[in-house]
Design a protein around this ligand. Structure first.
Ligand code: MN
Length: 479
């Protein structure tokens, strides 16, 4: 279970009684968070910072604990912020500054100077906020009484983002084959991605998988086929073709586990030793939270794994998608997204069908894939691109909709959606921002989650939604 450490701040000026009360109030606060949010993350209280040495010791504890994904700090009393400098210099995990109080209301009839000295977050948190700003430390500020739903929801959101960043820092992407020849947006600076986000992007030949496919036993293939038929409807009599994909998935699973990879890419341009492009194999793996990028797109592979982790425990679907084509009926414009095969099964509205059809490109055998229509509702479409000297996240609000008419001749899974605030501004904004044709769509996450991730990782963020105007586009284009 991931942990978040709670570090309160005070000083020794107010006496032993006051410090005892600080510790007791913090204990109560942490117990409350564990009771309310314990299914997301465990909260652990560390010693109150009264000196620079205690601060360093607390931050070392946070850094030394691999299960610790983030830190929450709160100044119960005034806490001179110079004592936080050395500790904050050690901390390299997501930080939330909780601006709260142990008491909700002021006891107007009883309030005296003892109460004021004990409960002075308005004083101490501003002193502390200054040092975070002065040291330019990426952090999140959440303000309000700690038992209020707003604060709890923001802390829950922070916990999800912390877990996602924790995964990012320990993420290995297996790339089978390289970036698709001549494609720009899927490429970028892998070294910078590792320095900034922690991704180890490791290359292997797809032959490594082909070799493992040959070694898959009948029992392993049978078990995988049983998994497929339990989850999906077999709508083909070409069972051997499906079984080939089942072997691919067994091989990928073994390889990823052995090499501790949480995400992978393949490319239809490099399938040496493989009969088909991985279809249902990739789709079923994505449904288990494994990151995937086609055509060597390591960025979307890593980013999809990170966003699936962020959405863990929430209702809704999160996964990779590729923008394809539009219905430009005036005023009713829609986008149809899909991919050649690899649409994550978690978007399925109904039980997906396993079908076998020709692929049209790549010159390989007809691949088995899952075919389905998608869930509907409010969603975000988000991508991460390499601008040469920095990374940029583009996040658009969209609405997944039911396809207006059946598409009986399109044998792939598909998503349809409406752009916001309308087609013209939504699609032009995406183009101005340089958004990729590979992205992650999520009905579980919101723009707020992505904004928090962007703030805590120091990534530029461009958002598009109902609040975006034509003037915003012009500003973006002119800068
Ligand atoms: Mn593509």
């Amino acid at each position: 279970m991931s942990k978040i450490y709670f570090i309160p701040g005070s000083q020794d000026l107010y006496g032993e009684e006051c410090l005892k009360q600080v510790a007791a109030d913090c204990r109560e606060m942490v117990d409350f968070f564990n009771a309310k949010l314990g299914d997301t993350v465990t909260f652990e209280l560390l010693p109150t910072v009264e000196t620079s040495d205690i601060c360093v010791s607390d931050m070392r504890a946070a850094m030394n604990d691999d299960d610790c994904v983030g830190v929450i700090t709160w100044m119960h009393t005034f806490s001179p912020a110079k004592m936080w400098i050395k500790g904050l210099q050690i901390l390299n995990k997501p930080l939330l500054h909780l601006h709260t109080q142990a008491n909700e209301k002021l006891p107007y009839d009883k309030i005296d100077m003892d109460f004021m000295n004990l409960n002075q977050a308005a004083h101490g948190d501003r002193e502390y906020g200054y040092i975070l700003a002065r040291m330019n430390i990426a952090h999140e500020v959440v303000a309000g009484y700690y038992k209020h739903d707003y604060v709890l929801n923001r802390i829950k959101q922070f916990a999800g983002v912390c877990k996602a960043i924790g995964l990012s820092k320990n993420l290995t992407v297996a790339t089978f084959g390289n970036n698709m020849r001549d494609v720009a947006v899927t490429d970028g600076n892998r070294l910078e991605a590792q320095i900034k986000y922690g991704w180890e992007i490791k290359y292997w030949g797809i032959g490594e998988i082909a070799k493992l496919v040959d070694e898959v036993t009948d029992a392993e293939a049978d078990a995988k086929m049983a998994e497929y038929t339990a989850k999906y409807t077999m709508a083909t009599d070409r069972i051997d073709v499906v079984r080939e994909q089942a072997k691919y998935e067994v091989a990928f699973e073994k390889f990823l586990a052995k090499n501790n990879c949480q995400a992978f890419t393949d490319t239809f341009q490099d399938l040496h030793g493989m009969k088909q492009l991985p279809g249902i194999a990739a789709q079923n793996l994505m449904a288990k939270g494994v990151g995937f990028g086609p055509e060597g797109d390591y960025k979307i592979s890593a980013f999809s794994a990170i966003l699936m982790k962020m959405a863990e425990g929430r209702d809704g679907a999160t996964g990779f998608i590729e923008d394809y084509t539009y219905d430009l009926t005036e005023g009713e414009e829609l986008e149809l997204a899909s991919h050649m095969l690899e649409v994550p099964a978690q978007f399925a509205l109904n039980k997906p069908e396993i079908q076998v059809h020709p692929l049209g490109i790549g010159g390989k055998a007809d691949p088995a894939r899952l075919v389905f229509d998608s869930v509907t509702g409010d969603a975000i479409q988000v991508t991460l691109i390499d601008m040469g000297d920095h990374f940029r996240i583009v996040c658009a609000d969209i609405e997944l909709v039911k396809q207006p008419q059946p598409m009986p001749n399109l044998p792939v899974a598909r998503l349809m959606y409406r752009l916001k605030p309308n087609f013209q501004i939504g699609s032009a904004g995406w183009c101005y921002a340089g958004g990729a044709h590979h992205s992650v769509i999520s009905t579980a996450l919101t723009r707020d989650d992505i904004a928090m991730f962007a703030r805590l990782t120091g990534t530029e963020l461009v958002t598009i939604g109902d609040d975006t105007t034509e003037a915003d586009l012009q500003k973006f284009f002119m800068r």
